[in-house]
Design a protein. Sequence first.
Length: 81
Amino acid sequence: MLSVSSVLLVAIMLKHKAPKGWLTRFGVHLIVSAMAIYALNYSGWVTGLYIPLNPATIGAVSLLGLPGIALIACIQWTLLA
């Protein structure tokens, strides 16, 4: 299902000649979000906190920014504490 929707999304983007600027900006946000989570996990700044690097967490952080990291940390603390 995911592969079918991904192929259809790419087909629509190619058909309508969508501007490439938003795709580049979104890609940069994903990379920066992954680096921020990685830095938070391995810096030792917050002991006992580990946020996994997966598409859901990276997507939440890229969409919400720093409040996304706080949201994931609070959800993890609430569910696992």
